[in-house]
Ligand binder design. Structure first.
Ligand SMILES: *[C@@H]1O[C@H](CO)[C@@H](O)[C@H](O)[C@H]1NC(C)=O
Length: 348
């Protein structure tokens, strides 16, 4: 028996059964692949944790801390100078960062805004920390220099450092009236489902007074760790987490002049990285086999995918831009000069 399978050159062509089978199989493979691709995209974009077989609540698990805002003094001296530091290769800010960059002076109008180009950063290290220059120049990746420079700048000048993919939600002024040094932490679901840690310090937002001994410890330890294979360990979040734990042994109260305050994740990192959705989704699909922290994380993911976080108790929001998304993104408009974006910017 033969089937009519396609129309070609205006004539019906007849194919043998074997060929038809091949065609159908190929078609089916394409459809199945497409199905998985679309599914992957959906999960990647939206999380889709609501459809997983996860309880809404589990009384046997310790609850997550409430996402509230603590009390801050409204008067008194500033313990950290009112300077926002941001950095990029040059003064040409890629379009995708533009809306977020603009929020800093909008929400913190009485602050200074300092912008560090690669050239200015290198000059700063060469002038003030010449002993570190060989390590700085020897870093295998630009991201390591970007990590290192923030510790030196906060140690030398003080202020608040934020990556370009961080948006300011409300003024940082209350925080700097209370703390001399504050750090942010990864969203609970990141640290738990990625590394099985309850707290991981992240360096995308941090603020310190000038000359703080914790920043001093970071700048002093950098050369020892410069050869670590992974950037997270060498200069990034794992490096800071390690020395934060070490520094905690001093037992300074968080609001002490030498103290450090690890802010709750929702202050600066209220949303999780969509690029991790797929990975989290596959872990949560295996809910019954997770440990207590993992279960808590999955319940939290399900809850937040149903009711998105409103950010009223957040100071900033990190947008999790990865270098690869910058490479593959086709900007509709070109980069904008920081001097046009932030009037009064101090370009270093
Ligand atoms: C803060 O730390 C520095 C350096 O470790 C120390 O010299 C200073 O006495 C400390 N200040 C207070 C008030 O404890």
């Amino acid at each position: 028996m033969e089937y009519l399978v396609c129309l070609s050159d205006g004539l019906y062509r007849v194919k043998s059964k074997k060929e038809t089978c091949k065609t159908l199989t190929k078609g089916a493979v394409v459809i199945i692949l497409l199905h998985f691709l679309i599914r992957f995209e959906q999960v990647r974009e939206h999380g889709d944790f609501a459809s997983l077989n996860i309880p809404d609540y589990d009384a046997s698990l310790p609850p997550l801390p409430p996402e509230i805002m603590e009390d801050f003094p409204t008067t008194g001296i500033d313990k950290i100078p009112k300077i926002i530091h941001q950095t990029w290769k040059s003064t040409a800010v890629p379009q995708m960062f533009v809306p977020w960059v603009k929020t800093w002076m909008k929400r913190n109008p009485d602050w200074e805004y300092w912008f560090w180009t690669d050239e200015a950063t290198r000059k700063f290290i060469a002038d003030k920390y010449p002993d570190f220059l060989p390590t700085f120049d020897g870093y295998s990746q630009p991201i390591r220099r970007a990590d290192a420079m923030r510790y030196f700048i906060l140690y030398e000048y003080g202020g608040v450092y934020a990556d370009l993919d961080v948006e300011s939600i409300q003024s940082f002024s209350p925080i700097i009236k209370k703390y001399s040094c504050f750090l942010g932490q990864e969203p609970f679901v990141h640290s738990v489902l990625d590394t099985n840690f309850e707290h991981l310090v992240i360096n995308a937002v941090m603020g310190c007074r000038k000359g703080h001994p914790f920043m001093k410890s970071l700048v002093e330890k950098l050369p020892l760790f410069s050869h670590m294979w992974h950037v997270l360990d060498s200069t990034g979040p794992h490096f800071v987490t390690l020395w934060y734990r070490e520094y905690e042994k001093h037992h300074y109260p968080p609001d002490h002049v030498n103290g450090t305050y690890l802010a709750p994740a929702h202050y600066f990192f209220p949303t999780f990285d969509p690029a991790k959705s797929f990975h989290f989704h596959s872990q949560c699909a295996n809910f019954q086999n997770l440990n207590q922290m993992g279960k808590r994380a999955c319940i939290h993911l399900k809850k937040t995918s149903l009711h998105p976080y409103d950010m009223k108790n957040s100071f900033a929001n990190h947008h999790w831009v990865h270098t690869y998304s910058l490479m593959f993104r086709l900007p509709l408009k070109g980069p904008e000069d920081i001097r046009d974006l932030v009037p009064g910017v101090k370009v270093l």
